[in-house]
Write a protein that binds this ligand. Structure first.
Ligand SMILES: C[S@@+](CC[C@H](N)C(=O)[O-])C[C@H]1O[C@@H](n2cnc3c(N)ncnc32)[C@H](O)[C@@H]1O
Length: 252
């Protein structure tokens, strides 16, 4: 399948919805679609638009540097174990693996084999991939840095946010931090796209920054947040659909 075929897949899915009111199950679409990709560029393109492995690697380096590695909290971290929620093709695991002794990736998709191939091609061996349902296998208080980028906006409800926050609370070391990017609701509260309105690969969960900060603060000490981020971090231009919270376990 070529990248043009990916566009065709999305077009067909949208046409079926328009003509027959077909529903697209948000979670199943993220879980199942990647197994159809055996070509590396097509596989990577599903998770983060790309036309080559080189541009994925380059963009990953920029995202890592500008979205994660610049905070004071990040610089001060012990760099033993990092954990990514929603690793996709593995481009940010590859970045984290350069800074941390070990990286753990959690996802729901059904093609971990292609992520393993990508990481092997990039010379990364210090990683472990786990299905979302196996998060309990990560030991308590064992992780220095939990991070997630362009993932929470694709959840099918707030129960999933709660699931991950409770695991973050469990696995973070006392001095560890979590940095989570999430889809921003411009209005109040939470907005969720229903299966009938959901379009393949689009965002489905939008949370107002005030609501997200409130939820996070119930369990954690909020260290930093940003409600307005540049869409293009290199040129510092545009406005991202994401907002960000950075937090650690409550002290005492
Ligand atoms: C747009 S991709 C981003 C991948 C990666 N974070 C990156 O920046 O390249 C979204 C990822 O979130 C994953 N995802 C969607 N729902 C998830 C869930 N409930 N739990 C874990 N991962 C999920 C998808 O399988 C996909 O890998």
């Amino acid at each position: 399948m070529t990248i043009d075929k990916l566009k065709l897949r999305i077009f067909k899915s949208r046409l079926l919805q328009r003509l027959f009111g077909a529903k697209v199950d948000v979670r199943a679409s993220w879980a199942d679609t990647p197994k159809d990709y055996q070509d590396m560029v097509e596989f990577l393109d599903w998770f983060d638009r790309t036309d080559s492995i080189a541009s994925t690697v380059e963009r990953a380096a920029t995202d890592w540097k500008l979205r994660f590695a610049q905070s004071a909290a990040y610089r001060d971290l012990a760099k033993q174990v990092a954990l990514e929620i929603g690793f996709g093709g593995g481009r940010l695991l590859m970045q984290a693996a350069q800074d941390f002794k070990q990286v753990i990736g959690i996802d729901i998709h059904a093609n971990f084999a292609m992520t393993e191939r990508f990481l092997a091609q990039q010379g990364v061996a210090n990683y472990q991939l786990l299905h979302r349902d196996d998060f309990a296998k990560v030991p308590d208080a064992s992780v220095d840095f939990v991070y997630s980028f362009i993932v929470f906006q694709h959840f099918d409800g707030m129960a999933e946010v709660d699931y991950y926050l409770s695991h973050i609370d469990r696995v973070l070391r006392p001095e560890g931090v979590a940095q989570i990017y999430y889809g921003k609701n411009q209005g109040d509260g939470v907005a969720l796209t229903t299966a009938s309105d959901f379009r393949l690969r689009d965002c489905s969960l939008f949370i107002s920054p005030t609501t997200m900060r409130g939820i996070v603060s119930e369990r954690f000490d909020l260290l930093e947040y940003s409600d307005k981020l540049p869409r293009d971090a290199v040129n510092n231009s545009g406005e991202s659909v994401q907002a960000m919270v950075l937090f650690r376990r409550k002290s005492g």
